[in-house]
Design a protein around this ligand. Structure first.
Ligand code: HDE
Length: 726
């Protein structure tokens, strides 16, 4: 029997793709369907095959004849429980999710390698840090902390920067952040910190942000958090890209040489792409325009062959240097300025391969701070001690059993030999009769301990009373917060003030706002006054401080703007075109961008693209509504005269211009673009951030100018809050 394709049915015909069918199928067509074929595979988008190698199977390897129709008793009768194919497919689907990470749930990873360029053999016996030229496979996962796995990329938040080195001596996980200090000094406070920052438990919002009462309540009652507060209110928490962030191991670790001699070490990642962040107003708009902004950026850079690269730096110091510091290096709320202990560059990290599958690799990767090869060891930082417990424990919950090291992304690349066995999902139990030690099976005895090669801990002399107490060397909470603030450029200081005012304006309880500002009074009087003014309140009395704030020398390395790139390489320009745009300008601009190693996207009134004035058709990457200027580092606005008149009537086009202006971007423009500017809240006297593109040669100069990334003087003109820093 042939039944008719009903309206609302997919109307698919065996062997045809739905697209083709829908294009060809007039409504009410009499084309035959598969509905009368009890065993047919539905003829959906896939054709059936007779090739055994291409044959779909169940998880048990049983070939599947029809994956689109369940087994039923009669065409319109009940579905049968006997249908093991249906049950297996649904069963597997039901269990696709694993618990998301309790923090750092949203993340994105890539593969690459680490190459050692300078040996640390004088300090450590770790192969990964002594074999110059050795390339060690790595997997890196970047993340935000507070939001859930589906939250947006550009939340104001610390970024995780976790690296798994698959060394010849086992996995080394350097699980760091893009900020060198942390909120708290003792691991026992971590659950409170995380509860306070995440969504409030009764209402389940706000998601992925610190701008709410619970967070500011907690930190205003925790003076130790205030150095970190300065960092998270800075542009560090709004990175332009994972590629433009630094990374830090945060804690002091130890390097151990063959004799067991210890040297303290702090690890740094320095991006070759230079540091770069976005503005808050931009971040808010990017979050709507492209919630996947950072993951897309990393994916696209790697796919295009523009492999991001970082240098690995180490700060090495011993007890003597440590004893001369103004603070205790075991306190994770402190950093060691590079001016005090210089960073020595010892290697490079290159990310050159995207994952094949996000879940299998990025979601299942299990970082553990306690994964260290021989020659690397821990300091007595109490935060690190807590982490060394937490990470292993959390994997059991997330990955369901003790054999998560058998999952390919977590499996060491060197031999793994021991007598551990069984458990959920065991893939590789030891072979043979022996599964214990000591044993007397001679040549078949299996693996043995190796005191010479094996990991050994630093023989730290210990003494002390067992008690719950914080060292008085951890008591200065404000001096480095002040140092950080004073190390920023004026623009960056303004952004910190703006962020504090923004966040505290979202706090409903006035007493919490006041308590927060009382800490600022210990950090910088001007900042406290600016923020109090921004909140419309009087400056409160300074919070009681255990130690007076010291005036430490500023450190230039702490500023993003002082450590930016010197070219537009790896950046993205948005080029707005219309029909009739100048081919000469467009070609010259794209040539200059290519020469610079930059990329571009064409934005047009229609996604089908435009026809330039020489008749060339150019495809668009974005329709104007989907490609706002916040997605680009700089923009070129090159409409024809007719095109500009058209765009001047379009809200999205006007936003494109006014946002690029408001976000201090460099704007290249054709003569005709001024018609659009006149309608787009741009003052008639164009500032020096606007670059007229009349001739082909102007394009090169424009791209050169874009190396500065932003035309900062404009910020003083476009923001009411700028009055505070004039
Ligand atoms: Fe984490 N942290 N953390 N953390 N952390 C986790 O481990 C924890 C801390 C960091 O991409 C969890 O596998 C405690 C500092 C990163 O998979 C968990 C304490 C720093 C990632 C955990 C800290 C970090 C995590 C959640 C205080 C910077 C993501 C899922 C003692 C140096 C790794 C997981 C990835 C993830 C615990 C503090 C960085 C729960 C108890 C300080 C980059 O184990």
């Amino acid at each position: 029997m042939v039944s008719k394709s009903r309206k609302g049915d997919s109307g698919k015909v065996k062997g045809e793709t739905p697209a083709k069918v829908s294009a060809d199928l007039p409504s009410g067509s009499d084309l035959p369907t598969h509905y009368d074929e009890p065993q047919g595979n539905g003829g959906e988008t896939h054709q059936s095959t007779t090739d055994r190698n291409l044959t779909m199977t169940s998880q048990q390897g049983v070939p599947v004849s029809d994956g689109q129709n369940s087994l039923r008793a009669g065409k319109r009768g009940p579905t049968l429980l006997e249908d093991f194919q249906l049950r297996e497919k649904i069963f597997h689907f039901d269990h696709e999710r694993i618990p998301e990470r309790v923090v750092h749930a949203r993340g994105y990873g890539a593969h690459g390698f680490f190459e050692l360029t300078d040996s640390l053999a004088d300090y450590t016996r770790a192969d990964v840090l002594t074999a110059v030229g050795r390339k060690t496979e790595v997997f890196v996962r970047f993340s935000t902390v507070a939001g859930r796995a589906g939250s947006r990329d550009l939340a104001r938040d610390v970024r995780g920067f976790a690296t798994k080195f698959y060394t010849r001596e086992g996995n080394w996980d350097l699980v760091g952040n893009n900020i060198p200090v942390f909120f708290i000094q003792d691991a026992i406070k971590f659950p409170d910190l995380v509860h306070a920052v995440k969504e409030e438990p009764d209402r389940a919002f706000p998601q992925a942000q610190t701008a709410h009462d619970n967070f500011w309540d907690f930190v205003s009652l925790s003076p130790e958090a205030w150095h970190m507060i300065m960092w998270i209110m800075s542009d560090r928490t709004l990175p332009r890209s994972f590629r433009t962030m630094e990374g830090f191991g945060v804690h002091s670790f130890r390097l151990l040489d063959a004799e067991g001699k210890s040297t303290f070490v702090k690890f740094h990642w320095k991006p070759k792409q230079g540091l770069q962040s976005v503005l808050w107003n931009e971040a808010v708009k990017i979050s709507g325009a492209d919630p996947d902004f950072h993951r897309r950026d990393l994916w696209e850079a790697i796919e295009s062959g523009d492999f991001p690269e970082w240098q690995l730096g180490v700060q090495l110091f011993d007890d003597e240097i440590a004893s001369k510091l103004d603070f205790d290096h075991l306190d994770a709320t402190k950093l060691i300025p590079e001016e005090v202990v210089p960073v020595r560059i010892v290697g490079r990290l290159v990310l050159d391969r995207n994952v094949d599958n996000f879940f299998a690799e990025t979601e299942q990767v299990a970082f553990c701070t306690q994964n260290v090869p021989p020659g690397i060891d821990f300091s007595e930082d109490p935060l690190l001690a807590g982490r060394n417990f937490s990470y292993l424990d959390t994997q059991l919950k997330r990955l369901g059993g003790p054999n998560f090291t058998h999952i390919p992304i977590n499996a060491p690349r060197c031999p793994v030999m021991n007598f551990q066995q069984d458990g959920h999902m065991a893939m590789t139990n030891p072979k043979g009769r022996v599964n214990y030690e000591p044993n007397s099976w001679g040549a078949n005895a299996g693996p043995r301990e190796n005191p010479e090669l094996g990991h050994s801990s630093y023989a730290a002399p210990l003494d002390g009373r067992k008690e719950r107490i914080r060292s008085e060397t951890f008591a200065d909470h404000y001096s480095q917060a002040r140092m950080f603030y004073l190390s920023q450029t004026r623009i960056e200081q303004k952004h910190i003030g703006d962020a504090l005012v923004f966040e505290l304006s979202k706090v409903e309880r006035v007493d919490i706002r006041a308590r927060a500002v009382s800490h600022l009074a210990n950090i910088d009087a001007d900042l406290a006054a600016t923020v109090a003014d921004g909140l419309g309140m009087a400056v409160p009395q300074a919070a009681a401080a255990a130690r007076p704030t010291l005036d430490l020398p500023p450190s230039a390395k702490l500023s993003i703007l002082a450590n930016g790139p010197d070219s537009f390489k790896g950046r993205k320009m948005g080029i707005l075109l219309t029909d009739g745009s100048s081919a000469e300008l467009f070609n010259a601009l794209t040539k200059a961008l290519k020469a610079e190693g930059a990329v571009w996207e064409v934005i047009a009134p229609k996604i089908g693209g435009v026809v330039l004035d020489d008749g060339t058709a150019v495809a668009a990457r974005q329709k104007i509504d989907g490609g706002p200027s916040v997605l680009y580092d700089a923009v070129a606005i090159l409409p024809s005269a007719d095109g500009a008149a058209l765009l001047a009537r379009d809200a999205a086009s006007k936003d494109f211009v006014s946002d690029a202006y408001g976000h201090c971007k460099y704007i290249g423009y054709s003569d005709a673009a001024t018609t659009l500017f006149a309608e787009s809240r741009v003052p008639p006297d164009l500032d020096a951030g606007f670059v007229a593109l009349a001739k082909a040669k102007d394009a090169k100069a424009f791209v050169g100018q874009c190396a500065e990334l932003r035309f900062w003087p404009r910020e003083m003109e476009v923001d009411l809050d700028a009055d505070s820093v004039r």
